[in-house]
Design a protein around this ligand. Structure first.
Ligand code: TRP
Ligand code: SF4
Length: 339
């Protein structure tokens, strides 16, 4: 499928997104944002701010959502997602996401939705009786993707079960009502998942992340606190970078120097403190665009909302066309809509 958009030939369409749960961190950068920024050249990209999905678990803090939407937008801009070339969409501003979700929900058994590993994990963690909204999370996500007939979805590993449900729904719909949706392909980041600064799984609630907006002092403090090879006491002790967290970060962010770092560590030619200071410096440089985006957009909130509004309007035209087709195929009456 080739189409010409904004004067550039694209190989297909992408839809992907984040839930606006707060500022983005290094895990988001290596897991998704770097890939997304790169894919903009090849694909017609739709980047979704999934605010409805936030409500599946966090509907008791309405005051947080707006702030978090802006935080996510700033980090996306810092990562080089470009609203001129790509379409930024606010999920709740395009009601066709919710509408398609209701229609697609008819094709998913409760048993299938309950088998979703993310759902099971959240039910365990929340310790609450799960809502219908949480159970239907992947159906809404399928609607996000299918409403634009996306060909590919670049996501982190954790999202693969959701994408599998999306593909099943697309297949079921196509079988029942005739070919309508492409079966969207996942695109995974090549970089392995990064651990948090304390060595546990990276998670904002563990306080072990480095936010993309961190300043050089915060970066240095967090890097210096990372665990290294416990066998090293003196800088001249031979090190084992494979067990060192700072080395994993060198690997992810300091590709040009990683071989030299490894050699010097193994030979006992560098102390852990200077090694980590070097890493902190590389990270501070890498994160500079994110700090710059915050400075650049400081006090221009209205323009940020406008950017999302313009994108959502553009997206909605496409979403409406899909809904007209889906409604007809499912036997619903479609009066021409004037709104
Ligand atoms: N569930 C995704 C996450 O938590 C966010 C998301 C919502 C998404 N809709 C999507 C991702 C559609 C990809 C495609 O990160
Ligand atoms: Fe890790 Fe660097 Fe210390 Fe080696 S020298 S253990 S890579 S911090």
């Amino acid at each position: 499928m080739k189409e010409v958009l904004y004067g550039v030939e694209k190989v297909g369409r992408i839809l992907t997104g984040h839930r606006p749960t707060g500022p983005r961190h290094l895990g988001h950068l290596v897991g998704t944002l770097n890939t997304w920024a790169r894919l903009q050249d090849e694909y017609d990209c739709f980047f979704l701010v999934a605010d409805l999905h936030v409500l599946t678990t966090d509907y008791t803090h309405p005051q947080r959502i707006r702030e978090n939407i802006l935080a996510v937008l700033l980090d996306w801009l810092g990562a080089g997602l470009d609203p001129e070339r790509s379409t930024f969409v606010l999920q709740s501003a395009v009601p066709e996401h919710a509408e398609l979700s209701v229609l697609l929900a008819m094709l998913v058994t409760v048993a299938r939705a309950a088998r979703n590993p993310t759902y099971k994990e959240q039910v365990r963690e929340l310790g609450l009786s799960p809502s219908v909204g949480l159970l239907a999370y992947p159906v809404l996500q399928a609607a996000d993707i299918l409403v634009y007939k996306a060909d590919a979805v670049p996501v982190g590993q954790d999202q693969l079960p959701h994408l599998e449900i999306t593909r099943e729904i697309a297949r079921a719909f196509n079988r029942l009502y005739g070919t309508t949706f492409p079966e969207p392909q996942p695109i995974l980041s090549a970089v392995p998942r990064l651990a948090g600064t304390d060595g546990r799984t990276m998670h904002t609630s563990y306080g072990n992340t480095i936010p993309l907006s961190a300043d050089p002092e915060e970066i240095e403090r967090k890097v210096l606190a990372m665990v290294t090879d416990p066998a090293r006491v003196h800088p001249s002790d031979r090190g084992h970078p494979e067990v060192c967290l700072a080395f994993a970060y060198h690997h992810a962010f300091n590709a040009g120097a990683v071989a030299a770092v490894e050699e010097r560590c193994r030979r006992g030619e560098i102390g852990c403190v200077p090694c980590k200071r070097g890493l902190a410096q590389v990270l501070a440089e890498r994160l500079q665009p994110f700090r710059r985006a915050r400075e650049e957009w400081q006090g221009r909130e209205g323009e940020l909302w406008e950017l999302l509004h313009v994108g959502s309007r553009r997206a909605r035209a496409l979403a409406r066309a899909t809904l007209a087709e889906v409604r007809t195929k499912m036997g619903l009456v479609s009066w021409e809509r004037r709104d």
